[in-house]
Design a protein around this ligand. Structure first.
Ligand SMILES: Nc1ncnc2c1ncn2[C@@H]1O[C@H](COP(=O)(O)OP(=O)(O)OP(=O)(O)O)[C@@H](O)[C@H]1O
Length: 579
């Protein structure tokens, strides 16, 4: 948690004022029992109404001032804690945005969401408690002991007996509770994961009639977390009555021994009343300390998880990029060359692609075809440096991409992912995502090229129609065309289409590729496809087989030379159609 406390630095003055007001509030609270004791011993015992009124008003004033201090301290501390939470959430999100896909794979999206929300809230709560109680608890405890001792030193022996009992009880509770708090965070991760999968995959779940299984899976994760939470709550619930018991027994002892001392004339009634109040303050402050003691490890568990994310160094950085390099320094052609490229996913036994050698030139369409899992998408992920390669070099216009600024590299690329991603917003916004300053005309033109214009026009508000979360209110093929339009509007040097035509019917696919030809005339275009009809016209077809290149050439030459290609062709294309 100490590491995270640096995010409190911008709010140091608010913290100083909070501490100051809590301090003053505590002093006022320590002073009140003494005044009450005076009212009893001097005012009531002597029947001095004037004194009682005077001291009563004085007490009221102090209570009001203490109340005002409490309000200010609470306001300031809540403000500091919320802003602290906001800052860390922002810091965490911006850091996560810099992660390569390896780090996402490693930490897991569900866990990243829990850490960015729930864990940060936990730490926020703990810092709020610390701000409020860190000063108040010790001050009330030590101040209370001094004042009680000052009221009656002998009677303080009762406290000497009670305090260790309270401390030991707290320690015992903390020892059982703290490990459970750590477990809860982990179980929350699991619950989030199951929930996310169940909700995002709802169509599959229903179509396979697996709703009951999903419910079972969720129930298990839910139960698991509940059992741990109940255990924690039981411990916490036991704490309060135990503390009350100790406090009440102590109060009885104080009244008993205090009564004896009063009857012997060694103590006054007012002093006994003040003593009881101080004893209460001491014991409450110990309880507040106990809360802190329990909450801090809980916050600590969350802090570790937050720091783990913040300390994760993105694999892919600009370290090697020449400092002066920017987009204009790079020859603007977009020629891609793979030289002996080998890549393995983190933790995978075998490389996904092995010793790849090929070029993809501007003005040409290079198609990649191969069975599922052959490594086609992997190649597409390597070009924008979503992952770094293990061996070899990927060159763009002769520059090793590992030495290029990531931003410059990605600026050159129009990437259409295998699974279309749309954001909540209008159709226009989604296309404009490719080029922030795109005019309405450019957007329309891109949509036309992507064969999207006609269905957009048919939508209720045309280009201003709202897309639901994840583009749920458009079909798979429409989503793909919007994703393609988003890439086209960017007018990049390199187009990467990762199986981006798979949801289109043959006619639209053919029309779209024809339209693309004119805009990609000078660009480097790489198309990953499963369908032979999509790749048949490509200038160059790369046939992938289990991560290696089985053949490179045109459709005709591959039909002559590449057995794997012939197998793919015969497995899916009607020979008559091809002829
Ligand atoms: N994030 C990942 N972590 C670990 N292994 C992965 C990851 N993504 C893909 N792989 C593995 O790498 C290999 C190549 O996968 P890739 O997605 O490139 O295949 P593909 O040819 O695009 O397949 P498809 O046509 O089915 O999309 C596969 O064996 C796959 O299991």
């Amino acid at each position: 948690m100490l590491k995270l406390s640096k995010y409190l630095l911008p709010y140091k003055w608010s913290i100083v004022f909070t501490i100051m007001f809590v301090f003053l509030q505590s002093l006022a609270n320590l002073y009140l029992p003494t005044l009450m004791s005076d009212i009893v011993d001097t005012g009531i015992v002597n029947g001095n109404i004037g004194y009682i009124l005077k001291m009563g008003i004085y007490m009221l004033l102090i209570t009001l001032v203490a109340g005002a201090f409490t309000i200010i301290a609470n306001y300031l501390s809540a403000q500091v804690a919320s802003r602290f939470g906001r800052d860390i959430r922002y810091r965490m999100f911006s850091h996560i945005e810099s992660f390569s896909l390896s780090e996402f794979d490693d930490l897991g999206t569900a866990s990243l969401i829990t850490r960015s929300t729930n864990d940060i809230s936990q730490v926020e709560q703990v810092f709020l408690m610390i701000l409020k109680l860190m000063i108040m608890a010790p001050l009330m405890c030590i101040g209370g002991i001094i004042m009680a001792f000052y009221s009656d030193a002998k009677l303080s022996l009762v406290l000497v007996m009670a305090i260790p009992v309270i401390v030991v009880t707290i320690l015992l509770i903390a020892r059982r509770g703290i490990p459970l708090f750590k477990q809860i965070q982990k179980k929350m991760d699991r619950l989030n994961l199951v929930l996310r999968e169940g909700l995002t995959g709802i169509r599959v779940v229903r179509s396979f009639n697996r709703v009951d299984d999903e419910l079972k899976r969720f129930d298990q994760a839910n139960q698991d977390m509940t059992i741990t939470s109940v255990k924690v709550q039981k411990i916490m619930a036991a704490m309060m009555p135990m503390m009350m018991l100790i406090m009440n027994v102590s109060t009885i002892a104080i009244v008993w021994f205090g009564g004896l001392r009063i009857s012997h004339g060694a103590m006054q009634v007012g002093d006994l009343m003040a003593f009881i109040q101080y004893a209460m303050q001491i014991m409450f402050s110990l309880m507040m300390g106990a809360m802190l003691f329990i909450m801090i490890p809980r916050g600590q568990a969350s802090s570790v998880r937050i720091n783990e994310v913040l300390a994760t160094k993105p694999d892919i950085t600009d370290v090697l990029a020449k400092k002066t390099q920017n987009v204009s320094d790079i020859p603007n052609r977009g020629a891609i060359e793979f030289k002996h490229v080998t890549f393995r996913y983190e933790g995978a036994e075998n490389p996904a692609v092995i010793d790849l050698n090929f070029t993809a030139n501007p003005g040409e369409t290079t198609a990649i075809i191969g069975g599922t899992g052959a490594g086609k998408s992997t190649i597409m992920n390597l070009i924008p440096r979503f992952y770094d390669i293990e061996d070899g070099e990927i060159l763009v216009d002769g520059y090793n991409i590992a030495t290029m600024k990531i931003e410059s590299l990605r600026q050159m690329i129009g990437y259409v992912p295998q699974k279309s991603v749309l954001f909540t917003g209008t159709v226009k916004d989604n296309i404009r995502y490719g080029k922030e300053d795109a005019t309405d005309d450019e957007i329309k033109q891109a949509a036309k090229m992507a064969e999207a214009d006609s269905f957009i026009q048919d939508m209720k508000d045309g280009y201003d129609s709202l897309l639901a979360q994840g583009g749920k209110n458009v079909s798979g093929g429409q989503k793909q065309r919007l994703s393609i339009a988003r890439a086209i509007v960017k007018r990049p040097l390199i187009y990467l289409f990762d199986d981006s035509f798979s949801a289109l019917d043959y006619k639209t696919d053919a029309k779209l590729r024809k339209a693309l030809k004119s805009i990609t005339a000078t660009s480097t275009t790489i198309i990953v496809a499963q369908r032979i009809s999509t790749v048949i016209d490509a200038d160059k077809i790369i046939v992938l087989d289990e991560g290696t290149i089985a053949g490179i050439g045109t459709h005709e030459s591959l039909m002559d030379t590449c057995q794997v290609y012939r197998e793919i062709v015969s497995s899916q294309v009607d020979k008559e159609e091809l002829a």
